[in-house]
Ligand binder design. Sequence first.
Ligand code: NAP
Ligand code: HSE
Length: 427
Amino acid sequence: MQTVKLALAGFGTVGTGLARILEENEELLFKRSGMKFTITSVLVRDIEKQRDYIPGPETRFTTNPEDLTADPEVDIVVELMGGITLAREIIIKAIKAGKHVVTANKHLLAEHGIELFKLAEEYGVGLYYESSVAGGIPIVESIKESLCVNKIKGMVGILNGTANYILSEMTTNGLEFDTALQQAQDLGYAEADPTFDIEGIDAAHKLVVLIRLAYGEDYPLAKLPTEGISKVTGLDIQFAREFGYRIKLIGQVRDVCGKLEAGIFPALVKYTLLLARVGGNYNAVRVEGNAVGPAFFHGQGAGALPTGSAVLADIMALTKVGKPNNTGFYSSDLKEADILPPEHATSEYYFRFNVADEAGVMASISKVLAEHNISIAQAVQKGDISGPNVPIVFLTHKARAKDVKDAIAKIDSMPFIAEETVSFRIL
Ligand code: NAP
Ligand code: HSE
């Protein structure tokens, strides 16, 4: 029986999740592969730390990365530590030592993926990353292999479990934003720096990875319009509900006549759509191919076992491959995508103006919107809210992002505006 020796860089939420599955499913893994999997070494920051899960005696804890990358016994280096400096160095050393690499690190892939994929191709090793996007959902493999014959018209999804957990708890249980975030952190869903989850940065990392898989092109992270959920309030969630929508953090890319329109943004999603029903730490991705049509993927986007499941699937795949398929394209030299300027994107919109309760305000706002070619579909003014200011909510027909930006800037400079206007796209 062949033993596959694994070295883990990182033994936190995902690392321990992987170790637990290896132990629990040992017999199944053997039946499927005829192999035994052993964790020989684990790189951590603090060897003395109390841990909920202790692996067997064959596993050595270390603080020296060389114990992983320079050990000739190690077959696969599994990077589950996060960050982009040491993680990158470890992966580069592992590749140069001829070892396959599995990583859950979407941040690293979004920033340095092009370099790492070229290096892996040069050394003929696998660099697999199923767990980096949408946790346990097999979306990377599905796009790379199962849907690879399709021209991808577009993808839309919920790509961050923490943000989705926060919005779901605010919507369903009326939790405060900070309470819901703390729960997501306690459950092991959040990034080490949760700003990445809240401000859409983590979802942006994942969308960059998905775009490469779907189009074989690089959409540079710095160019991807990215907006998170920090401006979403309980009031907006309540208004959205009244209009029949849920607010979700959305990642979207569309092929518009050969140019890619993409972004991360909070959006109102009609409650009848599957995406609106995706709750808690779940993620979903709807991929539309020119042959397959729409395909919808749904599952847990974060957490120890779902993510560990995706990591282990990569390990299993790498024990079977001849020539690794890292990017899904024949060459790993991915060129920059032709990008549709974000200001040209069109969408329906939700606006919430917070205004002084005076005559003529609604008419003034409507006039500015009309001047910017923004046509109103629905409008509601809440008169039963105490205080000198009232919210006015407009839902619009399709409008151009640039027109929306200019109109809101003009309206926000008007004397009756009490607070910065909130605007979200409608999916
Ligand atoms: P985590 O719980 O914070 O664990 C990080 C692990 O890496 C810890 O064991 C830590 O050591 C070790 N580590 C961190 N920096 C180190 C350094 N400089 N030197 C040595 N060891 C270091 O993180 P996680 O949630 O498992 O996430 C790990 C990776 O998976 C990240 O890239 C994350 O984005 C990705 N990911 C996470 C999830 C999820 O649901 N959590 C899902 C998908 C992808 P100590 O134990 O000594 O502190
Ligand atoms: N922090 C990430 C999330 C982990 O909440 O989605 C999974 O990538």
